[in-house]
Design a binder for this molecule. Structure first.
Ligand code: G6P
Length: 366
């Protein structure tokens, strides 16, 4: 109740600006520099139990589901365990095979989303091993899971989740690091990732300090009726979350696409009235992503590139720059300008940002 707006016009902007602090809290006491790993005491699994995990599945709804996809990518990269994410809302209805060697991770800001709670109950009924990754302590999902990791994002009021989603990704990264370090992730690699995680708060701060570039981009594209968000592999969950944010708070139609899938249909929609936000991390897929921008430009589509690379002059119409991290953690940082972009575009359109029409902060009914 004592969580106030202060200098901010609305909670979404306040909560975006609280992200450096929120991430610092999520990391506090959990990074182990000596052994280049993470400590997540709440999951109550020792090294032997962690090593017995053969697969990881993230379950959540909305932004928590997209964040879960990002988490699954990190688990696959660092622990080399098969991992995926599934909307919790579908889980119980498809009579899922529940595998005792899988670690199920229920993800929720509120801890009250009925569909996610029901997925946990279904898992428990079938003897599945489930932990929670929840923001609100004492919430229904946290209690039902019994063990897990608290996100420590602090209270979140805006319907569109920002700092909680960022902290989900940070906690997934620590889980992936931990699972990796009890397997084959080397000390050197662990060290590289511990250092990169510790850098995140300052890097998010730097993005927030450069909000002007994003305000200008949002102004330029505020008349668009549709937008694409294009990502590839690591960038794909970020593109989905970016499109979701734009839809929910600005009511502009947005669709996320995997870059390589564009040619299988959506390219037909590209023209000068269909801007694309393209994620271009400076990683092993950089050349491919530059090719994607060329494909879009060749069809007259305006491009907003979000990047930590040096792009050829004039390739994109607008370039939003992001600080450099380790490539696996790029998606965490790339998500921040997309939040800000959705926010400022919605602000341009005069939307009720904290309370978008037809949506609720937490959905406790079917
Ligand atoms: C609602 C909110 C979304 C949120 C989703 C899951 O639909 O509008 O922003 O991502 O619920 O909420 P949870 O509290 O479980 O993370």
């Amino acid at each position: 109740d004592d969580y106030q707006l202060g200098e901010f016009a609305d909670f979404m902007r306040k909560e975006m600006h609280e992200q450096p602090e929120a991430v610092r809290r999520a990391l506090m006491g959990r990074l182990d520099e000596r052994f280049s790993t993470a400590h997540l005491g709440g999951i109550e699994l020792d090294a032997r139990a962690l090593r017995s995990i053969r697969r990881v599945k993230f379950l959540g709804c909305g932004s928590a589901y997209y964040a879960g996809q990002l988490g699954a990518n990190l688990v696959e990269e660092w622990a080399r365990l098969p991992a995926d994410a599934e909307p919790a809302s579908e889980f119980r209805y498809r009579n899922p095979v529940v595998d005792p060697d899988t670690l199920y991770v229920a993800v929720s800001q509120s801890g009250e989303t009925l569909d996610t709670l029901a997925a946990v109950q279904e898992l428990k009924r079938k003897g599945g091993r489930v932990i929670g990754m929840v923001n609100v302590v004492g919430s229904a999902i946290a209690r039902e899971c019994g063990s897990g990791v608290f996100l420590h994002a602090g209270p979140e009021v805006s319907v569109a989740s920002t700092k909680a989603v960022t902290n989900m990704s940070v906690c997934f990264a620590m889980l992936a690091l931990l699972l990796g370090r009890v397997r084959d992730l080397s000390v050197a690699n662990g060290r590289r990732l511990v250092d990169a995680l510790a850098e995140l708060p300052a890097q998010i701060d730097a993005i927030l300090a450069d909000e002007e570039q994003i305000i200008r981009a949002a102004e330029r594209f505020s008349a668009a009726e549709h937008m694409f968000f294009i990502g590839r592999v690591r960038g794909w969950p970020v593109a989905r979350e970016g499109a979701q944010k734009l839809k929910e708070i600005s009511y502009v139609h947005a669709e996320a696409y995997q870059a390589a899938e564009l040619k299988h249909g959506p390219l037909a929609l590209i023209d000068e009235r269909m801007p694309s936000v393209v994620l271009v991390p400076d990683d092993e897929l950089l050349a491919k992503n530059l090719g994607t921008i060329e494909q879009i430009k060749a069809r007259g589509g305006p491009v907003i590139a979000v990047t930590n690379a040096e792009l050829p002059d004039g390739l994109a119409d607008v370039v939003l720059t992001v600080p450099r991290s380790e490539p696996e953690l790029d998606p965490l940082l790339f998500a921040i300008p997309l939040q800000l972009f959705a926010y400022h575009l919605a602000a341009q359109l005069g939307r009720d940002i904290d309370k978008p029409r037809n949506l609720a902060k937490s959905v406790t009914v079917e």
